[in-house]
Design a protein around this ligand. Sequence first.
Ligand SMILES: O=C(O)CCC(=O)C(=O)O
Ligand SMILES: [Fe+2]
Length: 394
Amino acid sequence: MEASVDRRKQPQAPTAGNGNANGVASATEEDEEGELEEEEEKLRLRLRANENHKPESYEDLQMQLEFSPLLFSSLEQYLPFNMLHVSRELKLQYMRHILLRYSPEGERARVKRHKEYRQKIILNYQPLHRELYTMHEANFFVPSFLKAIAENTEESFRSIMVEPSPGIYTFEMLQPHFCELLLSEVENFERWVHEKKFRIMRPNTMNRYGAVLDDFGFETMLEKLMEHFICPMSRVFFPEVGGSTLDSHHGFVVEYGVNRDVELGFHVDDSEVTLNVCLGKQFSGGALFFRGVRCDEHVHSESQPEEIIDYSHVPGHAVLHRGRHRHGARATTSGQRVNLLLWCRSSVFRELKKYQKDFSKWCGECQREKKERQRLAVGATKLELFKRLQKPTS
Ligand SMILES: O=C(O)CCC(=O)C(=O)O
Ligand SMILES: [Fe+2]
């Protein structure tokens, strides 16, 4: 039996997934909606990064840039020698031109529109709890989480984690007060959207409720959350899917309950690593179900019994998993459940993936096929040896 997964990439009819279902979708950000000159042909990057060069920060230009400020900082190490010490503006211009070469016009127009959409919200929406919009780790996170991150070792991370199934890590993360404030901020934003009759983009192609936190001012704070708190763990637990090179994110909340979504179909996320933290409130049901990690080719393949696992959300607690770990959420049968999602992406991993065929380092089905090939090869060799031994020697 094949499983069918919603990839949330191209909007597809989402399949109602209950874990046994044959539908796997692919969750993608909801879609919203540039010049090549001869001179630009001369723009080149070096093949190897100049590790000794300390790149600039471009974070203050976040709102003006079409690409993540982190991408510019990473790319800077690849600049030719003569560009390394020119002004920040010149470096930025040089890298922007190179990046724009790779981004099709339609995509550029989409990014521009999205930027305008965000600016419209940010200029008009009055936040309720401004203290949430800048990273204040002592107020956001529980002490055990902060200690593990500060120690920054596999041992310290594992000391606060439970791994209910390979590649799924759960741990206590957010303070109850932070969860309450964030819930009230989201409610405030939704009230504003309703009053102003503003049409907002939903978090992805599968959730009809919820809001994109990056769209109303949380982008910088969430970027820090990814860089300083998720990257250290991903580097250790998910290096084979770009966990060491996460460089962009999509942050949102999803809402379930009465007058909201009830469940979420079987899907994979448009992320390399996903952080999913329950903010509350009180609810029953709503468990996450997981069904093994798969590459594109095997996304619909059958699950092995050991890959089947359910996890019940606990407010303040996080689940960290690969985006390609097939999952869905069971019906929230009473109350209201709101979760914070951070889809973390690696442009380097996505680029390299285009040239690869064997994903047996992380795809359960590639691994199974590889083992099977090895088993057959060992069997054939044994048979051959046996035949040779049987032959009478003359
Ligand atoms: O409801 C949940 O906890 C899962 C949400 C999720 O998987 C997603 O939005 O991609
Ligand atoms: Fe998901």
